[in-house]
Ligand binder design. Structure first.
Ligand code: NAP
Length: 269
C-alpha cells in the first residue's frame, strides 16, 4: 500500500558550524558537509566571501547556510559565536580557523604572535567549551580541531605556530579520554602541506617544496570525515604524511629538532 505523505519518515537534518570557512580547508569542509545534507553556520572575517560560498551551497544543495562574520581574535565577537554555539543543537563543530607566522621569534611582531595564540588556541578552546555541554546532554556530536603535523615536534622559525598546534593536539587527546561513553567524539586533524591560502598569508616561499608533499583541501577533508566516522582520534591525512610521521617518530627528538632548525633557517624570511 502506498504511504500517505504524512506517514513519510522525516529525517532531521544535521547542523554543523565551521570556522575559517571562507577559504582553504574550512571552505572544503563546508562544501563537503553541505553535500552530506548538513545545514551550516559558516564563520570567518570577510562577509562577502562567506555570502558567496553560502549562495553557491544553497543553490547546489538546498540546505540552510547561515553566514556569521566574526573576527575570532576579538573577545566580544568571539562571545557572539560562543553564545550561538551554546544555543544551537550542533552535531558538528569544525574548529578550523588558524594562521601561522614564520621567522626568527626574537624578530617577529609580538602583537601578531599573540593574535595567533588567540585564534589557534583561545578561540578553539572557548568554542569547544561552548559546544560540549549541549552535545554531552544530547549524547551525540563531534568536534574536529584542526591541528597540524607541525604540532608533533618543535618548529624552529615557526615556533609559536608549532606550539599552538601542539596545544590543539594535546588538548583534543585529553578531551577524547574525558568524553569516553558520552556519545561525543573529538578529532585532532593534523594535515601536512595543503594547497590553500595559508602559506601566502604566512609569507612562506613554497617553491622548494616538492609536489608530492602537497594535498588538496578536499582530500584532507575527505580523510578527516572518514576518520571521524571510524572514531579515529588523530587523523594524519595522506600516505606521504603518515610515512614521514612514522619515520620522524623513530628518530630522537633532539635530532629532528636540529634538522627542523637548519631547514627553517634556510626558508625563514
Ligand atoms: P587559509 O586558506 O588561509 O584559510 C584560513 C581561514 O581562516 C580563512 O577562512 C580565514 O578567513 C579564516 N580566518 C583567519 N583569521 C581569522 C580570524 N581572526 N577570525 C575568523 N576567521 C579567521 O588556511 P587553511 O590552510 O585552510 O587553514 C585552515 C587550518 O588548517 C588552520 O588552522 C591551519 O593552521 C591548518 N593547517 C593548514 C595547513 C596548510 O598547509 N594549509 C597545514 C596544516 C594545518 P578570513 O580571512 O575571511 O577571516
Amino acid at each position: 500500500m502506498a504511504k500517505s505523505p504524512s506517514s513519510k519518515t522525516h529525517v532531521a537534518r544535521k547542523r554543523a558550524l565551521v570556522t575559517g570557512a571562507s577559504a582553504g580547508i574550512g571552505a572544503a569542509f563546508a562544501r563537503r558537509l553541505a553535500h552530506e545534507h548538513y545545514d551550516l553556520i559558516i564563520v570567518a572575517r570577510v562577509r562577502e566571501r562567506l555570502e558567496e560560498l553560502a549562495a553557491a551551497l544553497r543553490a547546489e544543495h538546498g540546505g540552510e547556510v547561515e553566514v556569521l562574520p566574526a573576527d575570532l581574535t576579538d573577545a566580544p565577537e568571539l562571545r557572539i559565536v560562543e553564545k550561538l554555539i551554546a544555543d544551537t543543537n550542533l552535531d558538528l563543530l569544525i574548529n578550523n580557523a588558524g594562521f601561522g607566522t614564520v621567522g626568527a621569534f626574537a624578530q617577529l611582531d609580538v602583537a601578531k604572535e599573540e593574535e595567533e595564540i588567540r585564534l589557534n588556541v583561545v578561540a578553539l578552546t572557548r568554542l569547544t567549551r561552548a559546544a560540549l555541554p549541549g552535545m554531552i546532554a544530547r549524547h551525540r556530536g563531534g568536534i574536529i580541531n584542526v591541528s597540524s603535523m607541525a604540532g608533533f615536534q618543535p618548529a624552529p622559525y615557526n615556533a609559536t605556530y608549532g606550539a599552538t598546534k601542539a596545544f590543539v593536539t594535546s588538548f583534543t587527546e585529553a578531551l577524547h579520554e574525558e568524553l569516553r561513553g558520552t556519545g561525543v567524539v573529538v578529532q585532532a586533524l593534523c594535515p601536512g602541506f595543503t594547497r590553500t591560502e595559508f602559506q601566502a598569508r604566512a609569507g612562506v616561499d613554497v617553491s622548494n617544496i616538492p609536489s608530492f608533499a602537497w594535498m588538496t583541501a578536499d582530500s584532507v577533508v575527505d580523510a578527516s570525515l572518514s576518520a571521524l566516522r571510524s572514531g579515529e582520534l588523530i587523523c594524519i591525512p595522506g600516505l606521504a604524511n603518515r610515512a614521514l610521521m612514522t619515520l620522524t617518530s623513530a628518530i630522537p627528538r633532539s635530532l629532528t629538532r636540529r634538522v627542523a632548525g637548519s631547514l627553517g633557517r634556510r626558508v625563514a624570511p
